[in-house]
Design a protein around this ligand. Structure first.
Ligand code: RB5
Length: 144
């Protein structure tokens, strides 16, 4: 199960991504927001981030206007590794090296086709482990 959420700046792109997830057969849980009224992105980052670290969801997608605020907020939650992605190479590497459990995108920055490629790449790549696992452990040591 994939957790997905957005603020008003990411609402339109979230709708497109949900349609794409349906097409590729990925189960998701939508944590809102559910319309274009203004909301605070940390609230949505908290819902999706907590769903991921609690194990309720395996991974997550967060979208705000730029993807920046919502990624900063999500990364405050212990156990979250949220990566802001605006290109396919970063999407690939953040799975291989960072094992990002959440990707973030900017609904006012990228188009839907690029967003679909980013999502597909991140979902299909594998974490490489080894030295990268040691580095992730060091990231989480910083949370203590
Ligand atoms: C909302 O206007 C906007 O600030 C938000 O979507 C996001 O871009 C923040 O980083």
């Amino acid at each position: 199960m994939l957790a997905i959420g957005c603020d008003h700046g990411g609402f339109e792109l979230k709708g497109h991504i949900i349609e794409h997830l349906k097409e590729i057969g990925v189960e998701y849980k939508d944590f809102g927001t559910y319309d274009e009224n203004s909301v605070d992105y940390p609230d949505i980052a908290g819902k999706v981030g907590n769903a991921v670290v609690s194990g309720e969801c395996e991974n997550g997608i967060l979208i705000c206007g730029t993807g920046i605020g919502i990624s900063i907020a999500a990364n405050k939650i212990k156990g979250v590794r949220a990566a802001l992605c605006g290109d396919v190479y970063s999407a690939k590497m953040t799975k291989q090296h960072n094992n990002a459990n959440i990707i973030c995108m900017g609904g006012r920055v990228i188009g839907r086709e690029l967003a679909f490629m980013i999502v597909d790449t991140w979902l299909n790549e594998e974490f490489l482990g080894g030295r990268h696992a040691n580095r992730i452990e060091k990231i989480h040591n910083l949370e203590k």
